[in-house]
Write a protein that binds this ligand. Structure first.
Ligand SMILES: [Zn+2]
Ligand SMILES: [Zn+2]
Length: 81
């Protein structure tokens, strides 16, 4: 089982065990959510869990990176800070 970080361009994020569906929006500001880097398409963050865990504990201490760890492109929320 996996958890994925889902973030909007304003830097709000949450962890969810479901992948983003078309039309998923940020619960705080209503912007579309993304789970992958717009430049290289790599997942922003994914955690593996064994068994069934109702919430992702690691997400509570997670900080969104400003730049993609994979390709170095600036994420959209960097300029909105
Ligand atoms: Zn938002
Ligand atoms: Zn990237």
């Amino acid at each position: 089982m996996y958890f994925y970080i889902q973030a909007c361009k304003n830097g709000h994020f949450k962890a969810d065990y479901k992948r983003i569906k078309q039309g998923d929006i940020c619960e705080i500001c209503g912007q579309p959510l993304m789970e992958t880097c717009p430049s290289c398409g790599k997942l922003i963050q994914r955690w593996t869990y064994y068994g069934s865990v109702p919430i992702c504990y690691k997400a509570s201490s997670y900080e969104l990176p400003d730049d993609c760890p994979e390709c170095g492109a600036a994420f959209p929320w960097k300029e909105n800070k």
